[in-house]
Design a protein around this ligand. Structure first.
Ligand code: NAP
Length: 303
């Protein structure tokens, strides 16, 4: 297996695959010299290099785990060096633009491209942030190309098996649907968190000390999300512009309705909405995607 970009997700894939015993030799390519040094110290890989072509040579499975806007560049660096018949995947948070970038860059290589996205992560980044349990009971969405040949379908099945061995549940969908669903469940919540934390930081009448001191009132939970990697999230919003703007339009309308309800003292309307949303959290807990503990699973990722 070759992993290109060995940060939180790349290193978690390696750890989980090793623990599951589903990988032989591991090669890593990472641009960051400091990360490469850490990867060697942590003993993640058999070979660690700054050269993508060198890492992918001979690999049966290639996992691109770089920020979304770096996928094209990383794939172009791999082009021509891939083993014929290899499966090429990625873990990017946006699928439409990444799938396009991969198939464009690798059009001359006879490989099976199966874009993917593990819906699992933390606000930490870098090779030290990875841990083997990250994908346990989490979803991985694969967005296969519209190819029906048996060899390709077999490669998709093999990749799905790989993720299952790492503890994940696997779903398949098309790239557009993925990008819309994730705009609602992930991208918009991050945008809201970035905005709230930014607004609080800008408010002059609330001193910085008070924001920190009274943060347990709700603000604290947004700061965890707003501490997420700036490069990763810049790339997500640039790459998934259309879906995010569509969902943001809906959100803004609903916010206006809430604002009106508050202005006119429509207590029942507020109560109804807050009751419905409480049910959604209960549903997420029942689906095993969150723990009912009061710390909101904040301990996750400290492994
Ligand atoms: P990360 O911890 O920052 O790791 C990315 C690594 O890739 C860094 O070491 C980075 O080096 C390196 N890199 C950047 N460009 C490269 C290139 N062209 N060639 C080789 N290496 C390169 O990021 P991450 O959180 O693992 O995210 C990786 C991917 O997973 C992203 O596409 C993200 O959308 C997706 N994802 C993230 C999460 C999450 O919660 N974090 C969840 C699901 C999916 P530098 O630091 O020097 O740039």
């Amino acid at each position: 297996m070759a992993v290109i970009g060995c940060g939180l997700i790349g290193s978690s894939v390696i750890r989980a695959a090793r623990e599951a015993g589903v990988v032989g030799e591991v090669a890593v390519a990472d641009l960051s010299e400091a990360h490469r040094k850490r990867i060697v110290e942590l003993g993640y890989a058999d070979t660690v290099t700054g050269d993508v072509a060198e890492a992918v040579a001979g690999a049966d499975l290639v996992v691109f785990a770089v920020p979304v806007l770096a996928m094209g560049e990383a794939a172009r660096a791999a082009a021509g060096a891939l083993k014929p018949g290899a499966t090429v995947t990625d873990v990017g948070s946006v699928k439409g633009s990444v799938a396009e970038a991969l198939s464009e860059a690798l059009s001359a290589d006879s490989v099976f491209i199966v874009p993917g996205h593990p819906i699992a992560g933390t606000e930490h980044s870098g090779p030290e942030a990875g841990f083997a349990e990250l994908f346990q009971n989490r979803w991985v969405i694969l967005t296969p190309e519209a190819r029906e040949d048996a060899a390709y379908l077999e490669a998709v099945d093999r990749l799905a098996e790989f993720w299952r061995a790492l503890g994940a549940n696997v779903e398949r969908m098309d790239t557009g649907h993925h990008d819309l669903v994730l705009a609602v469940t992930s991208h918009l919540p991050h945008l809201i968190a970035y905005n709230i934390v930014g607004t609080a930081a800008d408010m002059e009448q609330v001193t910085r000390a008070e924001v920190m001191k009274y943060s347990a009132g709700g603000f604290r939970d947004f700061t965890r999300i707003a501490a997420s990697d700036p490069t990763m999230w810049r790339d997500v919003f640039v790459a998934n512009r259309e879906a995010v703007l569509e969902i943001l339009g809906r959100f803004t309308e609903d916010l206006q309705a809430l604002s009106r309800a508050i202005r006119w003292g429509e207590a029942d309307k507020l109560y109804d909405l807050f009751s419905r949303t409480r049910e959604i959290r209960r549903g997420i807990i029942a689906a095993g995607q969150e723990s009912p503990e009061p710390n909101f699973g904040r301990d996750r990722g400290k492994h």
